[in-house]
Design a protein around this ligand. Structure first.
Ligand code: TYM
Length: 362
C-alpha cells in the first residue's frame, strides 16, 4: 500500500495520472492510496464439491490469491435455504474448508472463513432486503428452478440472492470469481449497491463478476444440456473431488456422447463430447484443437480412457492433501483466524451502512 496523498498536490496528481496508465488490472487507486483489488467468493457446504465447482470457480480462487486480497467463504447460511441434516451440514462445512486448502488456497494469502461465524452477513442482508423488491427476486432463474416442484418454497430460498449480495458488499469486493450460473445474482448485487449508494450516499463498492472465458459452465455427464449440479439424483452425472478412481471411471465411461465417433468440439450438435473435451482441456492444459488432433480417428473409448487417467491424476493430489488437513487442528485454527480477519472488515462496512441509514450507533 502506498499513500500518494503524502506527496505534494502537484506531484501527487502527476504520479497518479502516470500510474493509472500502467496499472495492472489487479490494482486500484482509492482515495490517493495504491491498493490491491479485493476478491470475494463462496461455496455452499451441500455435498461434496464437484469438478464443475472446481473448474468454474475454485481454480480462479487459487489464481487470484497471487495478485489480489482474497476472501473465500463457506456459505453455510445459504445452504439451509433447503433442508439439511445438522450432522452432515457440520461435516460438509469442514469438508469444504479442507477442500479449499487442498485445491491450493493458501491461508497466508487468502482469508478463509465460515459465513455464519460472521454475524454481519445476516444483519446486512436484512438492511438490503428492506431496499429490494419482490419483483426483482421473482425474476431470479435459480429461485424459479429450485422452487418449481415445491408446493410452498422457503422464504430463505426467495431472499437467497440478497444474502449473497450482503456477502460480497461487506468486503468491498471489486471482483467476484464465479461460474456463469451466478451471473444474474451478481447483476442483482450491483443493482442493490448502486441503489443504496444513490439513496443513502456512497456506502458500497460496486463489484464485477469474473467468469472463466472457457469452462464457466461444466455440464452434467448424463445430460449435457443441464449444468453439473450437487443436487443431481444420478450419482454418475457428476464427479466429486473426493470420488474414488473407480467412480470417476464409471462416470466418464457412462457419460452421454452421441451416435458418431468423431472427437470434435461442437457445442450445438455434439454437447456431450464438447463437455468432455472442455473437462479434458482444463485438467490437462492442452487446447481443444490439440485434443482434436491427438484423437483424430481414435473413437470415444480411447478418448474416455485417457480422460479418466487425467482426472484421476489431478484428483489424487487434491485428495492426498485433503486427508492431511481435514482432521487436523490446523484447519480449525485457519477458520478461527479467518473469522477474526473477516469480522473486522465486515463490521466496518456494516457500521457505514447503518450510519448512512440513520441508525443510532452506540
Ligand atoms: P455453489 O456452491 O452452488 O457453487 C460454487 C461455485 O461453483 C460454480 N459452479 C459451477 N461452475 C461451472 N460449472 C458448473 N456446473 C458449476 N456449478 C457450480 C458456481 O457458479 C459458484 O461459483 N450462490 C453461490 C454461493 C455464494 C456466493 C456468495 C458466491 C453465496 N454467496 C458470494 C459468490 C459470492 C452458489 O450457489 O455456489
Amino acid at each position: 500500500m502506498f499513500d500518494f496523498s503524502r506527496l505534494n498536490k502537484g506531484l501527487e496528481k502527476r504520479c497518479l495520472d502516470k500510474l493509472k496508465r500502467f496499472l495492472y488490472d489487479e490494482w486500484m487507486i482509492n482515495g490517493g492510496v495504491l491498493m490491491m483489488k479485493r476478491a470475494f467468493s463462496g461455496v455452499q457446504p451441500t455435498g461434496n464439491i464437484h469438478i464443475g465447482n472446481y473448474l468454474g470457480a475454485l481454480r480462479q480462487f487459487v489464481e487470484l490469491q497471487e495478485t489480489m486480497d482474497c476472501f473465500y467463504c463457506i456459505v453455510d447460511l445459504h445452504s439451509i435455504t433447503v433442508p439439511q441434516d445438522p450432522k452432515e451440514l457440520y461435516e460438509h462445512s469442514l469438508d469444504v474448508a479442507a477442500l479449499y486448502i487442498a485445491t491450493g488456497l493458501d491461508p497466508k494469502k487468502s482469508t478463509i472463513f465460515i459465513q455464519s461465524t460472521v454475524p454481519a452477513h445476516a444483519e446486512l442482508a436484512w438492511l438490503l432486503q428492506c431496499n429490494s423488491y419482490t419483483g426483482e427476486l421473482s425474476r431470479m432463474t435459480q429461485f424459479k428452478d429450485k422452487s418449481r416442484n415445491q408446493e410452498s418454497a422457503p422464504t430463505g430460498l426467495f431472499t437467497y440472492p440478497i444474502l449473497m449480495a450482503a456477502d460480497i458488499l461487506l468486503y468491498d469486493a471489486n471482483v467476484v470469481p464465479v461460474g456463469n450460473d451466478q451471473k444474474q445474482h451478481i447483476e442483482l448485487t450491483r443493482d442493490l449497491a448502486i441503489r443504496f449508494n444513490n439513496k443513502f450516499g456512497e456506502t458500497f463498492v460496486v463489484p464485477e463478476g469474473k467468469f472463466n472465458t472457457f469452462g464457466a459452465r461444466i455440464m452434467a455427464l448424463d445430460d449435457p444440456t443441464k449444468k453439473m449440479s450437487k443436487s443431481a439424483e444420478n450419482p454418475f452425472s457428476l464427479i466429486s473431488l473426493l470420488d474414488t478412481p473407480q467412480k470417476v471411471k464409471k462416470s466418464i465411461m457412462r457419460a452421454t456422447t452421441d451416435s458418431e465417433s468423431e472427437i470434435r468440439y461442437d457445442e450445438e450438435n455434439k454437447p456431450g463430447i464438447s463437455n468432455l473435451l472442455t473437462i479434458y482441456s482444463l485438467f490437462s492444459g492442452l487446447s481443444i484443437s490439440d485434443l482434436e488432433k491427438k484423437y483424430e480417428g481414435c473413437g470415444y473409448g480411447t478418448f474416455k480412457k485417457d480422460l479418466v487417467e487425467i482426472i484421476n491424476e489431478s484428483l489424487k493430489d487434491i485428495q492426498d492433501r485433503y486427508q492431511e488437513i481435514r482432521k487436523s487442528d490446523e484447519l480449525i485454527q485457519i477458520l478461527k483466524e479467518g473469522k477474526e480477519k473477516a469480522s473486522e472488515i465486515a463490521n466496518q462496512t456494516l457500521i457505514r451502512a447503518k450510519k448512512n441509514l440513520g441508525f443510532v450507533l452506540l
